[in-house]
Design a protein around this ligand. Structure first.
Ligand SMILES: NC(=O)c1ccc[n+]([C@@H]2O[C@H](COP(=O)([O-])OP(=O)(O)OC[C@H]3O[C@@H](n4cnc5c(N)ncnc54)[C@H](O)[C@@H]3O)[C@@H](O)[C@H]2O)c1
Length: 253
């Protein structure tokens, strides 16, 4: 099977929509068993149905991944149903309101950082004992163009995605001797269900100018998913701590 991942146990967060959905379908298509974790019950259920109809194996876990109890449920489900956790894809995320720092409310900051950065930390911490016991594993995080530069989103989202980059690199270095690889994709604009609830004072394209609009072609979620599946595969066995832009060259500008 492609990537040598046949039959592995894979957790994909935010798998009820967009990039996570495409990744869950792609893993399942190559024979992996997928825990579809999402806040959106309807979306998660539909993806599990799609996978099962195609002959694959998947289970939904519905809940807010910034809640430790939900994280424990996700990891517990992977272990009970699929025998462990070989791959963790921390993909669930939310946009901010495109606010510059002085305009970011406490609530916006807390929520964006909690979902985009703390949830991946909680999930990774929870899967590590299982990966270490099994002798290794792969973690793939969905960062963003906003994890590479200051002109792709508001202050909260940008800080959270730079945090995801740091989390990825720290994990990669500190666990490489134990067979765990950690990488991230940095998507440019991608056609998904993500919502930008721009604030009145949003610092979007009008303020950020040409740096923002240099975002290249809008990608399909499947193009992001292909990079996730590759980074999780044995074909990427010597790739560790990499942040891979999938952005039609935006990061090269
Ligand atoms: N679409 C883009 O242009 C783009 C660009 C760069 C990075 N990203 C990143 O890609 C990732 C996936 O987003 P997408 O574009 O596919 O958007 P999406 O909204 O289609 O999918 C995100 C999914 O995450 C789920 N989710 C959100 N908060 C959650 C929580 N607290 N607990 C559990 N599930 C939660 C949502 O219900 C949704 O199903 C995000 O991390 C996002 O920041 C997207």
């Amino acid at each position: 099977m492609a990537g040598g991942l046949d039959g592995r146990s894979v957790i994909v967060t935010g798998a009820g929509s967009g990039i996570g959905r495409a990744a869950a379908l792609a893993f399942a298509a190559q024979g992996d068993r997928v825990v579809v974790a999402d806040l959106n019950a309807e979306g998660a259920k539909k993806v599990v149905e799609e996978i099962e109809e195609a002959g694959g194996a998947a289970v939904a876990v519905v809940g807010d991944l910034s809640d430790q109890a939900v994280v424990d449920q996700v990891v517990g489900t992977a272990v009970e149903r699929f025998g462990g956790v070989d791959v963790l894809v921390n993909n669930a995320g939310i946009m901010d309101r495109m606010s510059a720092l002085a305009d970011v409310t406490d609530a916006e900051w807390e929520r964006v950082v909690r979902v985009n950065l703390t949830a991946p930390f909680l999930l990774t911490r929870a899967v590590l004992p299982h990966m270490l016991k099994a002798g290794g594993g792969a973690v793939v995080n969905t960062a963003s163009e906003a994890g590479l530069r200051g002109s792709a989103a508001g202050a909260a989202y940008t800080a959270s995605k730079h945090g995801v980059v740091g989390l990825t690199k720290s994990l990669a270095v500190m666990y490489r001797k134990q067979g765990i690889r950690a990488n991230a994709i940095a998507p440019g604009g991608t056609q998904t269900g993500i919502v930008v609830d721009a604030a009145q004072d949003a610092h979007g394209p009008a303020v950020l100018g040409p740096h923002f609009v240099n975002l290249g072609r809008v990608a399909q979620p499947e193009e992001q998913a292909a990079a996730i599946v590759f980074l999780a595969s044995d074909a990427a066995s010597n790739i560790n701590g990499a942040i891979l832009p999938v952005d039609d060259g935006w990061a090269a500008v």
